[in-house]
Every structure is written in structure tokens, then in C-alpha cells.
Design a protein around this ligand. Sequence first.
Ligand SMILES: [Zn+2]
Length: 348
Amino acid sequence: MIIDCHGHYTTAPAELEAWRKRQIAAFEGGGKAPSRDELVIADDAIRTSLENSQLKLQRERGTDLTIFSPRASFMAHHIGDASVSREWSTLCNDIVHRVCQLYPDNFVGVCQLPQSPGVRPETCIPELERCVNELGFIGCNLNPDPSGGWWKEPPLTDRWWYPLYEKMVELDVPAMVHVSTSCNPCFHATGAHYINADTTAFMQFLTADLFKDFPTLKFIIPHGGGAVPYHWGRYKGLAQDMKRPLLKDYLLNNVFFDTCVYHYPGIELLAKVMPVDNILFASEMVGAVRGIDPDTGHHYDDTRRYVDQLHALTDADRGKIFEGNARRVFPRLGNRAAREVNASGRRA
Ligand SMILES: [Zn+2]
């Protein structure tokens, strides 16, 4: 089985974006915001939005289950206030839940948190609990920078975030560290802001003892870990200069990297530098880069091909990247899949 730990509902029907525009216009103009009930999308529209994109690509590429969350660039936590963010997040999580209900074999949910700049992260706990306990979601996306490129929040290791971490540990769900759009013209959203945030989160984890306080807390740093694998010697050396323990001892039980790196040499480096236990298969499709690489004739985000090409891996190691590690990092996925095996007898 191949589990893709990083997919977003980037192809949601246009009514979702239209609702959001009305919500923003109401906030800015002081008018009445639309209610969530005013968004009406038929099941068939959801099916169509997936059949020609994510589902088609799953079938073509031979992947099975996508850990699926709302569109990251649309989270836009900087817009409005905490109440605007709460309504929008609830709506986006509900539509992902509908996807997971329509295609339970293909998608399992991860939620968007109703973060808002300067607002304490514990305000996200009710939505996290709702998504996990009521909707069956298995993780969350945590935005380290709800300001959208201006970096106003304390680092992820600050006690500011601790109440949310306590709830994540209690619910046994990991977070993918995932920013949203960039309002800072210096940072292109997917080309700079995303990769900066991945790198920044790792460096924040490196400088503090967060995982002494939360030994079971888990984060996935997406997009191959930003600059981290490429500059592993720098991070190892910085930690050494700071008299920190070895990175493998104090970070690698808690921090994981996905394979959303869109060329083979990048994946090869990731697999050389990082222990195989810390790598989770992902494609982020349909996402940031949708084209075909003229050098290979294949889609950049067809990341399964790169992992298949890693001949140095044993089959057991490849199985960890494709499936086993995701089950460890998302314990609720294990429970869910185990139940399915028992129910259907298909997924041995
Ligand atoms: Zn993403």
C-alpha cells in the first residue's frame, strides 16, 4: 500500500472560493457575513472535482490513500479575525470530510486550524477536537506564521504553543508544519515562503528542548524539509557549536520529512542524509507544481517514480517510506486502516 501523506483539496468547486470572497467582502465592508449553510455543493460536484485530478493521478501513479487537507494557500489565516478564520476553517474542514466520506478508501482527513495572527493557539483546540473526534481526521496542519510572511508569532518551541501541543499529544495526532499564502512581496508563496518556513521550523526545533517537554509530539516538515537535508552539515555543526546533543538523539524521534521534492537528485539526497525512518512518501498533488519536466517527460510531482528509482533501498525500507512510517507518525491512521482490514479483509 502507498500512502501519500500530503495532499490538499486544491480543486474544490468554485462555490467554495466564491463563499470565501463574500466572507472577506463582508468583513472588510462591515456587512453581514454569509453563513456556512449558504454554501451548497452537490456530491456530484465534489466527485467531478476529484475524478479528473487527484483520483485520476492516484490511479495513474499507483498510490492508494492520500492524507488530505484543505488547500493550504487558501487558509490565509491573516485575513479577518479569529471568528472569520474559525468559520472558514470549519467550512474547509467540512468539505474535506465530505471528500473522505465519498471516497473512504482514497482519502483520510487532516484539518486546517482556525489560527489568527496574535491569537492564542489554544483557541484552535475545539476545532481540532471536532475534526479528530467527530470527523475522524488524523492530524492537523499547523501554520507557524499566520501573518502570511511577516513572522509575528513566537517560535514553535515557545510555550505560547504548548496548550495546542498538549491537546495534540492527548489526541495522538501529529502536525504538518505548513504555512499559507505570502502577503510579503519578497517571498513567493510556494517557491520561497513554504521552503523558508520548513527550514525555519527545523532550526527552531534545533535550538530548544521542546521534545523533552513533549516526547511523543510529532511534526512533519513538508517539501523535503526545505533546506535541511541539503545543509545537514550546517545544522549538525550549529547544534554542536551550541553544545546541543546529537540531532538524531533529540530531534529525529519527533521530526519527519516528506518527499515533496520534485526531482530525483533531491529525493536521492534526502534518502542519503535522513534515516529512512524519518521519510514519509508524499506528492502534494495536485499542488504547487503541476507541469511536466521536459527532461523526464513526467510530472514533477509524480514523486513515486523518484522513490521507486532509489535502488539502494531495500524493499523493507521502501515499504517504510511508502506506508510504515505514515502509520507510525499518524497512529490514528493505523487504527483506521486496521479496522478496514478487519471489515473488508482486503487490506492485508
Ligand atoms: Zn502542502
